[in-house]
Design a protein around this ligand. Structure first.
Ligand SMILES: [Zn+2]
Length: 258
């Protein structure tokens, strides 16, 4: 599908082949990915993809699906946006801040998110309780039936975004293997097919986590390093722009793509 005169939409598989085997891709190709597994992918995004015949990959965090609970950073953002005052006091971090203005809300979110990115589930729950218990009624995760339907859809690829949605560069090798393999087998049992695409939660990856993801059987992995893809990239470290920046972009060429 042509986005405009200069860009084309391609699949994650086509991008991985391009960096791995030097296969052909149109100049200025774009690939679309969606992390976490929100239900609005089916309700809002899929009809648009179908209308324009655009491929996309959905990376699902399997525990969030099982519990039908959005990830911590999403809940934190919701909680802060619903309160004019953030009061947080834990054993080694405290924050008292008026959050009427959007800029203050963003500042509070960034501070708390970066401090508790590697925290345990219990610590995160305590943070959310103290800030303001978020209203979860508006947020819905994909159901198992929807994931199965997406895996059979010709335009959609289902990948893993880990099980617990924790950054893999902050946990032990054993914990990485447990989390990633749990997610892979859950999705493969659900869809009846092989799942070989991975997205690092929070973009958190390092040599060990990349090695583990490969050992468990994933052939591609995307990060949140915000730049265009180069032929020199590994299929297990494909960079992406997030939706607030600009589309992850590719260009067939000889060296780094700028
Ligand atoms: Zn995520």
């Amino acid at each position: 599908m042509k986005l405009d005169e200069r860009h084309s939409f391609v699949s994650t598989d086509a991008v991985a082949d391009w960096v791995d085997t030097n296969s052909h891709l149109p100049d200025n190709s774009v690939f679309l990915t969606f992390d976490d597994g929100y239900r609005d992918f089916v309700e809002t995004v899929l009809p648009i993809l179908e209308r324009y015949e655009v491929p996309a990959t959905v990376y699902v965090s399997t525990k969030l699906i099982k519990q039908q609970r959005p990830p911590f950073d999403y809940l934190l953002q919701e909680a802060i946006s619903a309160t004019d005052w953030v009061s947080l006091d834990t054993s080694d971090f405290s924050l008292e801040m008026e959050t009427k203005q959007t800029s203050a809300k963003r500042a509070a979110y960034n501070q708390i998110r970066s401090r508790f990115k590697y925290a345990t589930a219990e610590e995160r729950r305590s943070v959310l309780d103290q800030v303001k218990e978020p209203d979860m009624s508006a947020v819905e995760m994909l159901t198992q039936d929807q994931i199965k339907m997406l895996s059979d859809h010709p335009l959609v690829t289902v990948g893993s975004h880990g099980h617990e949605h924790v950054p893999l560069d902050g946990i032990s090798k054993t914990a990485i293997k447990h989390d990633v393999s749990q997610s892979k087998s859950y999705l493969e049992n659900l869809t009846g097919g092989r799942v070989h695409h991975f997205s690092f939660p929070y973009g958190g990856w390092d040599y060990t986590s990349r090695r583990c993801v490969a050992d468990i059987g994933f052939t591609t992995a995307v990060t949140t390093t915000p730049r265009t893809v180069s032929r020199h990239d590994s299929p297990l470290g494909i960079p992406r722009f997030d939706g607030f920046e600009r589309g992850s972009k590719l260009k067939s060429g000889t060296t780094n793509v700028g």
